[in-house]
Design a protein around this ligand. Sequence first.
Ligand code: G3I
Length: 321
Amino acid sequence: CDAAQSLYARYPFPIGVAINMDELAPDTPYQDIATRQFNGVTPENVFKASYIHPAPGSYDWEQADQLVAFCRAYNKRLHGHPLIWHQQLPRWMENFSGTEQEWEALFREHIQTLCRHFRGRVRSWDVVNEAFAADGTLRHTIWQQHLGSGYLEKAFRYAHEADPTALLFYNEYDLDANPVKRRAVLAWLRSMQQRGVPIHGLGLQTHMSIVHPENTQIAEMLREVQPTGLQLHLSEVDVALNPLGKPIEPTPELLRRQADKLAFLVRAYQELPRAQQYGITFWGISDRNTWIRRYFHRDDYPLLFDDDYQPKPAYCILARP
Ligand code: G3I
């Protein structure tokens, strides 16, 4: 199909993309597609603590600010990701040995320094990312270990204090395929709402494969999260062809199944109330830059554009008028 039109122009909510700052450069197909096809941006890595907070009390804004400038120049909504996570932490933070008060000070400083730096530029934040374990209990992270389970609520309160204008999200994976985890997150969200904690949205990562989760599980997830009344962001969408990691070719049959999976997800999302549709964000542009190849060292083709930046059937099915 023809990718001359904008994908985002076809939808009433933003269609975003995770941007990798190793790839973004003028006059590249990468930047061209980012600019033309998407109207939302999430930093894939450069807002993470290991990048932005490399030494105690010292912040490196260079790449993050380049992304901010890109978003301003091209009028893209910027979603900050993440304030608090247990991965991609700088070594000094992982090894920090302090009292509970010192941990709390570090935690608060990190959150509020980022919120203040990006105030007015970042519309929304993933305040906490992936805090629940598969069995629905709170994951044992350095934050939980040193601050106790109340760290989640504190993260949202600190973020709100530093930037009262930003929309604050909790972001999680597997809420489609794992109802135990989903119900634990929903119960926690309800208690936060009852306590008046400033939390405005739920990020559903939706890293999928052509077989997993099943469409019925996607529908069930959306049905169960809708009554929260929160903004709902499909925050990290991709569809792996090769969950088993065997050498494969992206055959027309696999690409068609990928397109069908995505079309189902997007149609189901479109049925939500407009006021809760924060948008759909894809976790990368071209198969050439997918995290899956880098992270799992396996062949895969999970995105909308192929290795040569050509639109795939998954793009075409979503771009259909
Ligand atoms: O910084 C080094 C670089 O110097 C080196 O050249 C390169 C060689 O592979 O590695 C670089 O770091 C990698 C980094 O991505 C940048 O490419 C890390 O090893 C790698 O672990 C890191 O992976 C990121 C992953 O989060 C870390 O858990 C992925 O790019 C990123 O897409 C992924 O994103 C997460 C979301 O933030 C949260 N939800 C899940 C999602 C997928 O795991």
